[in-house]
Design a protein. Structure first.
Length: 411
């Protein structure tokens, strides 16, 4: 295995043995190959820098590169935004380790040689984020290769395979040219991704959110600190921001908009679909420290006389987030709150059993203007996972879940 530090500054010779220059940079052309070194930048004194293509490299060894062509076959270097520069864009830069779910700094890059049609192609195998790479960088050109190998042999390697590396490029135009996507990040749990983003700069956070799909972006923003969330949304394209807000739970969207300037909040609400915007506007009328300000107005409710089979058939047709649903709110014949039916009991019930047969004896709710302290006390007293919010007519208008309470307590 070779390392970029083995070849950075290496002497390059053409097919006739003539000195062409020293290796100053390695380029990857993502549009052609995600991990192949496509070009080597060679410089020599005051001469114009040249580039050697991957198919012009005959052999490589620490400190030496030999080409399979003459110097005249090499092209003069022209900057290309579609090329990823290993030294400039990778070494000492922060990347996201999508396997370890963390932000790390690159100390070195490990390369593998591959014989193709008589020439040698260099492929990026992994990035070194540990002490071995740091030692090679620090002592490059100072210690002999033998001493470096001896020192590195005493340290534990810490590498990340190239396929698990997610590059961070704040410039949206260059990100497109380099074909940098954040698809891998969408497989990371939103809470982990939020932790990662808190270690990035403002521009890097903006880059990540702008590249995620709206649903994932909404989940990540819901896990971020409120201050960071406001900063990110303010700088987003208004259309993108409105699409993300549409994917958020109404109570979370209301909390976010409540922290933004009124003009920005109004603009984003205008960009949301009418129904979602109306729900959020309704929540913004409540004091954030009351049950009304904490509740989510989007919740599943059914009649208390509905059978288990009828309710399951209805649920199959609904767009419900089952991961967050603990209970169904029950209504009596007058559309008033009559209790809740835990989902666990629903699945264990007989097909003909009604919802009122499944509800616990405890009937607890809270008025919309109740202070958050009262809400916290009810959750603690009855070990609730969900609390129904009712209006003056005892009709349910929203629910507060235990994660809403935990989020408030952690603020």
């Amino acid at each position: 295995m070779l390392h970029v530090t083995d070849l950075m500054g290496a002497e390059a010779y053409d097919a006739h043995g003539n000195f062409v220059g020293r290796v100053r940079e390695f380029f990857i052309e993502p549009a052609e190959s995600a991990n192949r070194i496509s070009h080597l930048l060679l410089s020599r004194g005051k001469f114009q820098p040249l580039v050697a293509r991957h198919d012009q490299v005959g052999s490589v060894a620490p400190g030496t590169v030999r080409l399979n062509c003459g110097e005249r076959a090499l092209e003069v270097y022209q900057p290309n935004e579609g090329w990823l520069a290993v030294r400039k864009d990778l070494l000492d830069q922060q990347i996201i380790d999508t396997s370890g779910r963390k932000v790390v700094r690159v100390n070195d890059v490990d390369l593998a040689e591959q014989r193709v049609n008589g020439n040698v192609e260099l492929r990026i195998l992994q990035v070194d984020v540990g002490l071995p790479g740091a030692i090679r960088r620090l002592l490059q050109g100072v210690a002999s290769p033998a001493l470096l190998r001896k020192l590195v042999a005493k340290t534990l390697p810490k590498t990340i395979r190239w396929e698990f590396v997610n590059l961070i490029e704040p410039d949206p135009l260059r990100r497109v040219k380099l074909r940098i996507t954040h698809e891998r990040l969408e497989d990371i749990h939103p809470a982990d991704l939020a932790d990662i983003m808190e270690h990035l700069s403002a521009a890097e956070r903006q880059s990540i959110i702008a590249s995620l799909d709206e649903e994932t972006a909404a989940e990540v923003l819901g896990e971020l600190d409120a201050r960071l969330t406001s900063q990110i949304v303010e700088k987003l394209d208004p259309e993108k921001a409105a699409d993300i807000l549409e994917e958020m739970a109404p109570d979370a969207a209301a909390d976010l908009l409540g922290d933004l300037p009124q003009e920005t909040s109004d603009e984003l609400l205008e960009g949301m679909p009418n129904q979602e915007a109306a729900e959020v506007r309704g929540l913004l009328q409540f004091d954030p420290s009351t049950a009304g300000g904490m509740m989510n107005p989007a919740f599943p409710f059914v009649g208390e006389n509905s059978t288990r089979e009828e309710v399951l058939a209805w649920m199959r047709k609904q767009d419900i987030n089952f991961d967050q649903m603990d209970s169904l709110v029950l209504l009596d014949s007058g559309a008033q709150f009559s209790g809740v039916a835990p989902v666990a009991r629903l699945f264990l019930a007989e097909p003909a059993q009604t919802m009122k047969d499944l509800r616990p004896d405890l009937l607890v709710s809270v008025k919309v203007d109740a202070e958050e302290k009262e809400v916290f006390e009810l959750f603690d007293k009855y070990n609730l996972r969900m609390l129904t919010v009712v209006d003056d007519n005892n009709s349910p208008i929203g629910v507060i879940t235990v994660d809403d309470v935990v989020s408030r307590l952690l603020k």
